[in-house]
Design a protein around this ligand. Structure first.
Ligand SMILES: [Zn+2]
Length: 133
């Protein structure tokens, strides 16, 4: 890759990230305005983005748990577990706070998926048993 095309890639990357970089949140430790992309608070060094947010993954797992009968319980359990971890991490100021709603929605979907498909499986087993097989 030539120097020019690399530079252009870097510039277009910076452009797509601009909006996110400009989104500010207040530092959980000192209330200083910090970019949501910053790894630590420039004022006090408190970790802001120290751990990558898994909120989107939690939401995807939650949706999958509702859509996939075979793996609903698996994805539901993953969304449930990762969702708990994500929300706790956000509350402790260790994860990107903007993912909180996504993580909570994903966790709720995961709980619904887990309970629903467990119920379906249970009824299926009961139906099989009562039909004499
Ligand atoms: Zn700070």
């Amino acid at each position: 890759m030539s120097y020019t095309s690399r530079t252009q890639t870097a510039i277009s990357d910076a452009r797509t990230d601009d909006a996110t970089y400009l989104t500010l949140q207040s530092c959980p430790a000192c209330v200083w305005p910090v970019s949501v992309k910053a790894p630590t608070c420039p004022q006090c060094g408190h970790p802001i983005n120290a751990y990558k947010s898994s909120a989107t993954m939690v939401l995807v797992f939650g949706v999958l748990s509702l859509l996939l009968p075979m793996y609903g319980v698996v994805f539901g359990g993953l969304a449930w577990g990762f969702g708990n971890r994500e929300v706790r991490g956000i509350d402790a100021g260790l994860r990107v706070a903007s993912g909180r709603t996504k993580a909570r929605v994903g966790r709720v979907l995961g709980v619904i998926g887990t309970v629903f498909w467990s119920g379906v499986f249970f009824l299926f087993v009961v139906a099989m048993a009562s039909s004499g097989y």
